[in-house]
Write a protein that binds this ligand. Structure first.
Ligand code: TEU
Length: 521
């Protein structure tokens, strides 16, 4: 494929469909809501959207538990709504990518129901990872793997004759049984799904848990570092098994038949050499490198994260792919320190992200500077909360619906005041409406940055050079001209002599204030 295809420097906007905009008044966002707001996305200036899963799902993990990958869940609309979204987005020059969840299905998927009914030793059980338990009576799980969401990664089933039976593997919630990727039918079905959506005009896919799928031979016990249980560390038998690459090559062969289409993988792999393998020319087009999203607001650490990420992709001639947040992590405003300081830093990091070569992903609400929300226990819905025995609060705090207009919840998100997660009453100053009118708002900063990113394309080469800079600061230059300066110190700093075209905070006497960044040409 052409190395300068549309995605190589695109800005993708992640729509978390439940939380973006509600068109039918049930308090949950939907595809009609996305269609209604396409004008906003055009005004914002993004090149593409990535829709978190909208396929049929019992919603045990808000759509990451798919019961029919080739249909739209009625909560979000139907296939006709999806077709309309694709057509209308394309008419505005916005590409549409969808989330695919190949590591597991819902426990309500017909395959899993069939597997339960058919019993041990059946053909239907081979599509998943059923095993007999250990110990007398098979009462112990087949191995010692934990689920990412807490508790064991195994659940015991009751056999059709009513007896306690086999166990099945689920790396995530019990409602998300892992597929057996050694079974060829599993790939055949994914191929059908890829073609189904590509034929409808979808421009690509985000592949969920792209470092999952393949499991090690014999599903062996592991000597767990208990501190790392809930993180996806590199030494973890549940992830990054070598056989996964053949699966990605298979996916790529199909996607390559559609020249406009791309894929981006969720790859929680820290080792650069191993990460790079996923984005070799015959595997994924792009891979999220989460280093930037995990790094504190410190110039040296951010620079190291950038250099590290560039190194990982350079090894294989891949495209850098940046993200500051998504629906699984704390929002950056809160991560960087909350309040005015957190907001200032998130704005600075947005300019850093958008100045870098490669593709950039913006999680819905980041452009509004939304903070994470400390929700009351009674509002929490993430399966992590239940499964962890109420020790982990889960990810709902970054999934609160977007505020669009007006002065009171639900701020135009819905006509229903009782939204699926409550919107804080003090978000009136964060609405799209109020921020569009304010040239100093975070939304205005994002709009200006996205517009400049396009017009400055010719001063934005793929290579970057670092300047010498005082402690707590950095500056890099895209070969071609664009300079980005970050000031992570407590005081103002002098800028290089070039012309400032954008800054995340107003300059004071020509100086760049603390906790801010600037672009110069
Ligand atoms: O996430 C996979 C993953 O490994 C983590 O991001 C995980 O969600 C987090 O550590 C838990 O606290 C993907 C999706 O992005 C996530 O929303 C899904 O829940 C998960 O897969 C299962 O499909």
């Amino acid at each position: 494929a052409d190395s300068r295809s549309w995605w190589t420097n695109a800005v993708f906007y992640q729509v978390y469909p439940r939380s973006f905009s509600d068109s039918n008044g049930d308090g949950v966002g939907d595809l009609g809501g996305v269609i209604d707001r396409l004008g906003y996305l055009e005004l914002l200036g993004v090149d593409a959207i990535w829709l978190s899963p909208v396929m049929r799902s019992p919603m045990a993990d808000h759509g990451y538990d798919v019961s029919d990958p080739r249909d739209i869940d009625p909560l979000f609309g139907d296939l006709a709504t999806m077709d309309t979204l694709i057509t209308e987005a394309h008419a505005r020059g916005i590409r549409v990518t969808m989330d695919l969840v190949p590591n597991h299905t819902s426990d309500q998927h017909p395959w899993f129901r069939e597997a339960l009914a058919a019993g041990p030793g059946s053909r239907a059980r081979e599509r998943y990872l059923f095993r007999d338990g250990r110990g007398p009576g098979g009462t112990e799980p087949p191995n010692n793997w934990p689920s990412v969401f807490g508790g064991p990664a195994w659940t015991r089933v009751t056999e059709p004759d009513g007896s306690p039976g086999q166990w099945y593997l689920h790396i995530f919630a019990a409602e998300q049984p892992d597929l057996n990727w050694d079974d060829p039918e599993v790939f055949d079905d994914l191929e059908q799904t890829l073609r189904f959506w590509l034929h409808r005009g979808v421009d690509g896919f985000r592949i969920d848990v792209a470092h999952g799928m393949a499991k090690p031979e014999g599903l062996p016990d592991h000597h767990w570092d208990t501190n790392a249980l809930l993180r996806n560390e590199d030494d973890d038998p549940r992830f990054d098994n070598p056989a996964v690459h053949e699966i990605h090559r298979g996916i790529r062969r199909v996607v390559n038949e559609y020249p406009h289409a791309m894929s981006v993988g969720e790859i929680w792999v820290r080792d650069n050499a191993r990460f790079g393998e996923y984005i070799r020319p015959d595997e994924l087009h792009l891979g999220f490198n989460f280093r930037l999203a995990e790094t504190p607001f410190e110039a040296d650490a951010v620079r190291a994260a950038i250099e590290n990420s560039l190194d990982a992709v350079a090894r294989v001639g891949g495209t850098p792919t940046w993200t500051l947040s998504n629906h699984d992590v704390e929002r950056e405003v809160t991560r960087y320190g909350e309040g005015g300081r957190g907001t200032a830093r998130a704005r600075a990091m947005a300019l850093v992200e958008l100045a870098l070569p490669g593709a950039a992903f913006v999680y819905n609400g980041a452009e509004l500077g939304l903070p994470n929300v400390a929700l009351p226990d009674t509002a929490l819905q993430d399966p992590v909360w239940e499964r962890s025995g109420h020790t982990e609060r889960g990810r709902d705090g970054c999934r609160v619906p977007l505020p669009w207009e007006g002065t009171r919840p639900p701020f135009g998100f819905s006509t229903e005041p009782d939204t699926w997660l409550p919107i804080p009453a003090n978000w009136a100053h964060l609405t799209v409406e109020s921020q569009l009118e304010d040239v100093g708002s975070t939304l205005s900063l994002y709009r200006a940055a996205l517009e400049l990113r396009t017009t400055l394309q010719e001063c934005s080469g793929d290579e970057i050079d670092w300047y010498g800079s005082p402690p707590g600061c950095f500056a890099f230059r895209r070969r071609g001209g664009l300079i980005c300066v970050l000031n992570a110190t407590d005081g103002s700093i002098q800028l290089p002599p070039e012309t400032v075209v954008l800054s995340s905070l107003p300059l004071a006497d020509g100086l760049l204030p603390a906790d801010s960044a600037a672009w110069l040409v």
